[in-house]
Design a protein around this ligand. Sequence first.
Ligand SMILES: NC(=O)c1ccc[n+]([C@@H]2O[C@H](COP(=O)([O-])OP(=O)(O)OC[C@H]3O[C@@H](n4cnc5c(N)ncnc54)[C@H](OP(=O)(O)O)[C@@H]3O)[C@@H](O)[C@H]2O)c1
Length: 316
Amino acid sequence: MSQDKIIAVMGATGAQGGGLVRAILNDKQGGFTARAITRNVNSDKAKALAKMGAEVVQADVNDEESIRKAFEGAYGAYCVTFYWEHFSPEKELAHAKNMAQAAKQAGVKHVIWSTLEDMRKWVPLSDNRMPTLMGKYKVPHFDAKGEANKFFTDLGLPVTLLNTSFYWDNMIYFGMGPKKGPDGKLAITFPMGDKKLPAMAAEDIGKCAYGIFKRGQEFIGKTVGISGEFLTGAQMAAQLSEVLGQEIEYNAVSPEVYRSFGFPGAEDLGNMFQVKRDFEKEYCAERDLNLSRSLNPELLTFHKWAEKYEDRIPLE
Ligand SMILES: NC(=O)c1ccc[n+]([C@@H]2O[C@H](COP(=O)([O-])OP(=O)(O)OC[C@H]3O[C@@H](n4cnc5c(N)ncnc54)[C@H](OP(=O)(O)O)[C@@H]3O)[C@@H](O)[C@H]2O)c1
């Protein structure tokens, strides 16, 4: 029987978990093996992971007992929540709690919790520069993840709190790519003014997480912030123009305008960008580019990411 240590991966058919599963499976001599957790073991994505060599098991983050079973016998567990499936910070808190308790019961030796900062530490609810959302959040999909850190730490789990970064892939899958304005010119739109946005290739999150599992003990009980590069909107637009071979501008709207765009989550994201803009120094300081590269030597820069995914970036 293989002596490889099992890493149980939540969201294995998704961006973060998928990156981790592939990183584990691509490193045959690494001493680890991947257990991919999915709600549907018969989906095409789940079958593709099985074909690559992952053990694929069924569980649902709503069901703690199913997660406990999926974590049983694993050395490591990668825990991530799925905010954009339900837009509910309360569900995100409940899901994080389920995973933390399941990891405790299963006796997992190293847990990575994919989290983000509770932005209320920078902008308390009393701060009127941005609206309070859902009664008690400034940036619901950040605040709830940060608040959920306590479920992992209070249980005394051997946990690494992993502060991730904005995915450049949002330009492909989240409607944030170049769009034509009223003047007919293509532009990317962010309410960041001239401030830098820490971001990365989604795939690199899993690769960095694998680096953390490999180095193990060094990161247990630690908070680690990862990113690929810090760039302004103007810098991203200039690099996109170069790679795509056509002029892309940067449309620096105000956070108020961004919040009013009306798509689901627009207010949450408008507030998020505003905190990243107003606390650029503090927010960047929590992400370490050198450490990210040492965890994942293949870490992509924005330029390399754009070259790699050039054909997938939709141009309206
Ligand atoms: N977009 C960004 O820039 C960004 C940046 C940092 C952090 N995040 C955070 O990343 C998280 C999402 O991670 P991701 O991007 O890797 O997700 P993703 O690509 O959307 O994939 C999520 C996967 O989760 C699984 N899933 C969904 N509901 C589930 C449930 N009830 N039980 C078990 N599995 C479930 C699904 O797998 P099956 O269908 O196979 O079950 C799906 O493939 C969000 O919380 C978001 O806030 C996003």
